[in-house]
Design a protein around this ligand. Structure first.
Ligand code: UTP
Length: 287
């Protein structure tokens, strides 16, 4: 079984739910406490042993490329002022030379199309996909690492899921479940944003380990829900041909593509930070 060495970060979406902020700042650069969303996703990929980070960007997303550069002037000034603790913080936002690649999605034709744009950089090997606006939080056991363990045991394709209220199933890709083994559920089918009769309440939450055969299916350019090229529809066609499992994520999900979810993420993560937790807690209590 080939190891998963590469991850795709689709960051070419328009982020309309965060306008006007996203007129000038990519959604993935919005900070939760003091780190942009993209950094959380990259950290999660690194914790799962991913070496090559592939960002699918688009118009107005240059800040993401700049973020992974070395800020020479800033580093020199900090060194001069002996601010070594801050310099160390910056180290985390650096990727090893050659380990970040950027490819453009020229039109936002959907998540499936964004992933397909990375096909030549992935080649013929399994890969991960992480949607940075889904902040899946478990620092002790990050989501992609949980999935990687299942991949090592089962092979094929693994997607992260969470149980959502029935009323919310129309917002997600939903799993048609087979045999259940603890947190791992066999996937018999996938339906993108079902309008009625969802096959379960297990919703895909933005983390995938996929086999390269998905590119051939995505390449057909078939439109699905919302007239977009959907990753879910291509994945659904792999079921039955390759092992396909859903990993129920053990941790906290914050939908940072949504305003309330983004605010909740900031509150939840700030309450875990020794330097600011007391101040934030006191402020909330006083509201
Ligand atoms: P969303 O559905 O959250 O869309 O995309 P969006 O454009 O980012 O945000 P809204 O809904 O307009 O506010 C889910 C993920 O897929 C990426 C997005 O960047 C996000 O990470 N995506 C989506 C693309 O890269 N390209 C697309 O064509 C669509």
């Amino acid at each position: 079984m080939k190891p998963v060495r590469k991850a795709v970060f689709p960051v070419a979406g328009m982020g309309t739910r965060f306008l006007p902020a996203t007129k000038a700042v990519p959604k993935e650069m919005l900070p939760v406490v003091d780190k942009p969303l993209i950094q959380y996703a990259v950290d999660e990929a690194r914790a799962a042993g991913i070496e090559q980070m592939i960002f699918v960007t688009g118009r107005g997303k240059n800040a993401i490329e700049d973020y992974f550069d070395i800020p020479y002037e800033l580093c020199a000034t900090l060194k001069e002022k002996n601010k070594h603790d801050i310099l160390e913080l910056l180290e985390d936002s650096r990727l090893a030379p050659g380990n970040a690649a950027f490819v453009r999605q020229q039109e936002p034709l959907g998540l499936g199309h964004a992933v397909w744009c990375a096909r030549d950089l992935i080649g013929d090997e399994p890969f991960a996909v992480l949607l940075p606006d889904e902040l899946l939080w478990n620092p002790a056991s990050p989501c992609l690492a949980q999935m990687a363990r299942t991949y090592e045991a089962k092979g094929g394709n693994v997607i992260a899921v969470l149980e959502v209220p029935e009323a919310h199933t129309s917002r997600f890709g939903i799993v048609d479940p087979g045999a259940v083994d603890g947190p791992v559920t066999e996937v018999r089918g996938l339906v993108e944003k079902p309008k009625a009769n969802p096959p379960s309440r297990l919703a895909a939450v933005g983390r995938y380990i996929l086999q390269p055969e998905v590119f051939e299916l995505l390449g057909k350019g078939e439109r699905g829900a919302g007239n977009e090229i959907q990753l879910t529809d291509a994945m659904a066609k792999l079921i039955g041909q390759q092992p396909f499992h859903a990993q129920t994520f053990d941790g906290m999900r914050h939908d940072c593509g949504d305003k309330a979810g983004f605010i909740q993420a900031n509150i939840a993560l700030s309450l875990e930070r020794a330097d600011i937790a007391d101040e934030v807690r006191a402020f909330i209590a006083g509201l």
